[in-house]
Write a protein that binds this ligand. Structure first.
Ligand code: MG
Length: 160
């Protein structure tokens, strides 16, 4: 059976995962409005993935004899200036989530709860992927920006 303390910590993470799902959905709506349908599609999938994380955590808490709860979910940001800003925020947010997962794992280690440690390692690995994916998109958008400027430079260079 899971301890009350770890149960509460996991319930806190369930709320955090749902907040992330809402953040990415909000970003999807912004991107779609701006005509970036591809990014919007990616972001909706990302949102669904966060909801799945919440399901998986709730499932685990229940399997260990605990009670899963959906706590208060605060409002998420609703507007950005450009896709680069959006994806920079995704990267920063995923880095924060990685720290949250690390703290959960520390709590499970402190209690000697091996099953919860094992459960959380999946999320530790998941965060490596999340951070790498987000930072990859940020890099690509930045390079696209440079390519566009380079093309403009070429156009002006041909002035007679
Ligand atoms: Mg997640």
């Amino acid at each position: 059976m899971i301890s009350e303390k770890l149960q509460e910590a996991l319930n806190g993470q369930i709320a955090a995962e749902l907040w992330s799902a809402n953040l990415y959905l909000s970003m999807a709506f912004y991107l779609e409005k701006e005509g970036f349908n591809g990014f919007a599609n990616w972001m909706k999938k990302q949102s669904q993935e966060e909801t799945e994380h919440a399901y998986s955590m709730a499932d685990y808490v229940i399997k260990r004899g605990g009670t899963a709860r959906v706590g208060a979910i605060e409002a998420v940001p609703q507007s950005w200036n450009c896709p680069l800003e959006v994806f920079e925020q995704v990267y920063d947010h995923e880095c924060k989530v990685s720290k949250m997962i690390d703290s959960l794992l520390d709590a499970a280690i402190a209690e000697g709860d091996k099953a919860t440690q094992d459960f959380l390692w999946t999320f530790v690995r998941e965060q490596v992927e999340e951070e790498a994916t987000a930072s990859g998109i940020v890099d690509r958008i930045k390079k696209m920006g440079e390519t566009a400027i380079f093309n403009l430079d070429q156009q002006y260079g041909s002035r007679q």
